[in-house]
Design a protein around this ligand. Structure first.
Ligand code: SF4
Ligand code: SF4
Length: 300
């Protein structure tokens, strides 16, 4: 794993800024943001345990990568800030060849990749992972929860995918609006990180959660831990650009849209505090960390 130390990474960014051809005002604003990110790294590391410091260094590495890509793409700072404030990391990373590869590697498929690694190493890691039954058409978890964290950008993409789908919605009264009648997510490729991250070791326990209430068999829930948790990165970035609340409850937002609300009204209605995205907080259930998350040597 090749992660550049803070000073090397800052120097890289300075060089990219100098060579970018961006307007002076943009260069200054990006420079100020880079300093803020450095401060986040330093201040959050004070007194933290070594594991937390390592995670934070990976997260700060990712934030610097976002900045560098935006600068390389000559993205004006105002555009970058708008993306950052709505949790739209994919928007910042853009669609050019290298950037989309990084975007896909870290975000679209990050949980799939981690899950693959976990499965490959499950015998050494945790025998219970052999029993992960999550798969196509299994949907209890999509009707159990009252709160699904997503960024406004996620909500917009999910709504678009739902409109493009010709599968009717699921009939369960508590089903996520994106759930199809066939038990499949109608927005699977753009589902939020919260959904990608969650696994269980027991389908029947998930059914019990749905039918008898969450917590009837708490131990079965697994959250795939990752330093590149997209929700935490979106939260960190939003804090750095001074935005307040980059998350919505996806269910509230989609239900409002389904009732005919405009996108901006539906997002306002779903807005929620992101206090619990404090990276030191942990979701309920066991957290499983990836064993060896591969980073491209050229990145950073
Ligand atoms: S978390 Fe539970 S309900 Fe959801 S896919 Fe996995 S086994 Fe099925
Ligand atoms: S967005 Fe898709 S995966 Fe997530 S809860 Fe809704 S239907 Fe399930």
């Amino acid at each position: 794993m090749n992660i550049k130390r803070g000073t090397d990474a800052s120097r890289d960014l300075d060089t990219a800024l100098t060579e970018s051809g961006l307007q002076n005002a943009d260069v200054k604003l990006y420079g100020a943001l880079a300093s803020k990110i450095n401060r986040v790294e330093v201040t959050s590391s004070i007194g933290a345990d070594p594991a937390r410091i390592f995670t934070l260094s990976l997260q700060v590495f990712a934030l610097r990568l976002f900045l560098k890509i935006a600068v390389k793409n000559k993205m004006p700072y105002g555009t970058f800030r708008r993306y950052a404030a709505r949790g739209d990391i994919a928007g910042i990373l853009g669609t050019s060849e290298i950037e989309s590869a990084i975007s896909e590697h870290y975000f679209s498929n990050v949980s799939v990749e981690i899950a693959d690694q976990m499965r490959a190493q499950r015998d050494q890691r945790d025998e219970s992972l052999e029993r992960v039954p999550c798969g196509d058409g299994c949907w209890f978890c999509c009707a159990t929860h009252r709160m699904i964290d997503a960024t406004p950008a996620d909500a917009e993409r999910i709504w678009e995918a739902m409109l493009a789908s010709n599968v009717p919605g699921h009939k369960h009264p508590n089903a996520c609006p994106a759930l199809g009648i066939d038990g499949r997510c109608r927005a699977y490729s753009v589902r939020p990180h919260t959904c990608r991250q969650r696994l269980s070791t027991s389908k029947e326990a998930c059914r019990a959660d749905l039918e008898q209430g969450i917590g009837s068999s708490e131990e079965h829930v697994i959250h795939l831990g990752s330093p590149f948790d997209a929700n935490q990165l979106a939260a960190l970035l939003a804090v750095c650009v001074g935005a307040k609340e980059p998350f919505v409850n996806l269910l509230t937002t989609l239900r409002s849209l389904r009732s005919g609300a405009s996108m901006s009204d539906a997002i306002s209605k779903g807005r929620r505090s992101f206090k619990h995205f404090d990276p030191s907080s942990q979701p309920k259930g066991r957290i499983v960390q990836p064993v060896d998350l591969k980073l491209p040597d050229s990145a950073g």
